[in-house]
Write a protein that binds this ligand. Sequence first.
Ligand code: NI
Length: 137
Amino acid sequence: MMEITRREEFSAAHRLSSPDFSDEKNEALYGLCANPHYHGHNYVFEVTLRGPVDPRTGMTYNLADLKEIMRREVVEKVDHKNLNEDAADFMKNRIPTAENLAVSIWERIEAHIEGGLLHRVRLFENERNFVDYYGER
Ligand code: NI
């Protein structure tokens, strides 16, 4: 069993605010990410595929194809966008936390990866904070 990973990056703005909470509660919960005038992050994300090595190709999956899918389905949709406003469809109107962004990336990528190879989406919001999503299981 092999795991192979491709890393890509994009820059996007967001604001974290839940309609379930007051402004005060949102500020206490999300801190700087609750800034009503938005702010940016340089996001890095990794997609890991897990599967056997095909003896004919010596590869688990063609990383050039994975790169193309990640750029077309994610980077081109969110790079230099406002995740709350411009990318509301991509986010399915979920609060653009790192967790929800990882779920949205998973959904976009999964539709193009055959054979159940998609194993993990790792999203870095900055160098110190990152989340791992393994799908619904
Ligand atoms: Ni933020």
